[in-house]
Design a protein around this ligand. Structure first.
Ligand SMILES: [Mn+2]
Length: 195
């Protein structure tokens, strides 16, 4: 069975000790789940919302992503809320589903690049459309997810001119060091399907 290898770059907002961003990468047999959360604002209360979301996604069995998000929305109502990028991977079907709520950026690197689209909203605060975007996800394919503490003006072409190899660690470190802003929590999560 193929598996997921991953790397993360994470740095809290200037003046904060903890990041209000949180992430999850988990695999159960032929299913994978990847999530990136950015709790509203920064500091402890942002972290609380993001971490609560992570814990929920980690401990709830992988099933319907839409139900996952709706349940999470109710759970996070007492918190500030969090934006969320959620990915379910089906290794047997070579497919992933992406649900984006709020300003998480997600990009796939396959033979061609695919931008995954997030809808407006904040989980735990205002949830509008829950739209699933599907894509194939084969051996070697890469997924990059970033919070808005990472500037979005990078592209794979530019990256290829800077990096010898596209490994999760190379990409996460490079994007973090070059594109993180100081006034927000910054996270780059890079996941690759390997065997
Ligand atoms: Mn942010």
């Amino acid at each position: 069975m193929d598996k997921l290898t991953w790397a993360v770059y994470q740095r809290p907002c200037r003046g904060e000790d903890i990041s209000g961003d949180a992430f999850l990468v988990q695999q159960q047999k032929d299913k994978g789940i990847i999530a990136l959360m950015d709790g509203l604002g920064h500091g402890e209360k942002a972290a609380q919302a993001a971490q609560q979301a992570r814990k929920f996604l980690q401990t709830t069995a992988i099933k319907d992503g839409r139900a996952h998000i709706q349940h999470l929305h109710q759970l996070l109502r007492p918190t500030r809320g969090t934006v969320l990028g959620l990915v379910h991977i089906d290794f047997m079907l070579h497919q992933l589903c992406y649900w984006g709520i709020g300003n998480i950026r997600a990009q796939l690197r396959k033979r061609t690049t695919v931008n995954l689209i997030s809808a407006p909203g904040v989980v735990g605060y205002n949830l509008n459309k829950i739209i699933c975007q599907t894509s194939s996800f084969h051996l070697g394919d890469l997924l990059v997810m970033t919070t808005d503490g990472i500037q979005g003006n990078w592209d794979w072409y530019g990256l290829a001119s800077k990096l010898e190899r596209f490994t999760p660690a190379n990409i996460a470190t490079y994007l973090g060091q070059q594109y993180a802003i100081f006034d927000d929590d910054a996270t780059v999560l890079v996941v690759q399907r390997v065997n």
